[in-house]
Every structure is written in C-alpha cells, then in structure tokens.
Design a protein around this ligand. Structure first.
Ligand SMILES: [Zn+2]
Length: 208
C-alpha cells in the first residue's frame, strides 16, 4: 500500500500515519523527519539541506526529492509507504509519479484528512513539538512521551504565522487535491472528529 497524505498543517495527518504504520507495517516517510535525520547524520544531502535552513531559505524541491527517493529505496519501504509532507505542490507530485514509475511502483491512494481552517488555527496554536524527535502533543505536555526531550512551541505554531501557513497550504498544496482526484486515487475523511473515528474511516477507505 503506497499512500500520500494530504491535509492542512495541524489536520492530524501524523497521528493517522502512525496508526497505519502500526497496523499495516508501512514506512512513515515524513519529509520533516527525513531532513532532520539527514542533517543530524551529516550526510551529503543533509549538509546541503542545512546550508539552506541555516540561511533561512526553503530547501529546494530537487534536494527534498532526492532525499525521498533515497528513503523509498530502503528495505522497510518495500512493503509500502506513507508520504507525509511531500509532495507539497503539483510540480513535486508530477516528479514523484515519474520517480515511482522508474522504480516500477505507483501510488494506491492520496488520503485527504480534511479539517476546517478555524479548527486548524485552534489546534495549532495549542500544539507543542519535541525539540529532539519532532513528536507533537497539545499544550500541557512538557516532556516528550517518545524520547523524553523538551516540548516547545515552534515559531510556526504561533498565531501570527499560522494564518500564513494556511495561506501557503491553500495556494500550493490544496491544488494537489484536484491533481489526485483527476488520477482517481483521492480518498477523503472528515478529520474534525476523535482520532479513532477518523482512523476507522481511513481504514475502511484504504482497504475497500
Ligand atoms: Zn521526542
């Protein structure tokens, strides 16, 4: 099962991905985690990415694509994967399709976790992130349950930047919904419900 996760920042994609990983043994490929890991490992791609990040610039598409490509070839991704945070725009989606085709693979589903913008703003402004591993939890959790690291509020999750992130999502990422609808692999769930209810729908859609 090869899946792309879609949805605004804060829609709960990571939580759903984690459940799919546990149940189906898929590799969870989050570009945020990939970038952090590459930088930490000081791999060639990681060092290149770090130079952009240190300069406060966006890591270029091609670099992210190379990281994803490398990750897709790892053993644990052979049985299936979930891409989270990639592709971010239609150009990346087109590139992904051709990279997958070159590996004689394809996407089975683009799963959209749909949550309204006002709900997203509330969720994100109360979100805390682990400094070491990137785990996220609601405000009030001070120690990461996954690795014991310090939980903090990312600048990204401060109210003044949330609207900007949603605008970027609307203009760049939302068009992917139509792209995958056109490829007849779009599956939509209402993400504004308890996690387990959302997952029941996700599961039903993906195994139908
Ligand atoms: Zn952690």
């Amino acid at each position: 099962m090869n899946i792309v996760l879609l949805g605004a920042p804060g829609a709960g994609k990571g939580t759903q991905a984690q459940k799919l990983v546990e149940e189906f043994g898929l590799a969870h490929i989050s570009t945020g985690d990939l970038l952090r890991a590459a930088v930490k490992a000081q791999s060639e791609l990681g060092l290149q990415a770090k130079a952009y990040m240190d300069a406060g610039k966006l890591v270029p598409d091609q670099l992210v694509i190379n990281l994803v490509k490398e990750r897709l070839q790892a053993d644990d991704a052979k049985a299936g994967f979930i891409l989270d945070g990639f592709p971010r725009n239609t150009a990346q989606a087109v590139t992904l399709d051709s990279e997958l085709a070159a590996m004689e693979r394809n996407l089975d589903a683009a799963l959209l976790v749909d949550v309204k913008p006002d709900v997203i703003v509330k969720r994100l402004s109360s979100r805390r992130t682990c400094r070491s591993c990137g785990y996220t939890a609601p405000a009030g959790v001070d120690v990461c349950p996954r690795c014991g690291g310090e939980m903090y509020q990312r600048d990204d999750d401060k109210p003044e930047t949330i609207q900007k992130r949603l605008d970027v999502y609307q203009t760049q990422t939302a068009p992917l919904i139509e792209y995958y609808r056109g490829h007849s692999i779009l599956k939509e769930v209402d993400g504004d419900r308890p996690v387990d209810e959302v997952y029941a729908d996700v599961r039903a859609l993906l195994t139908a």
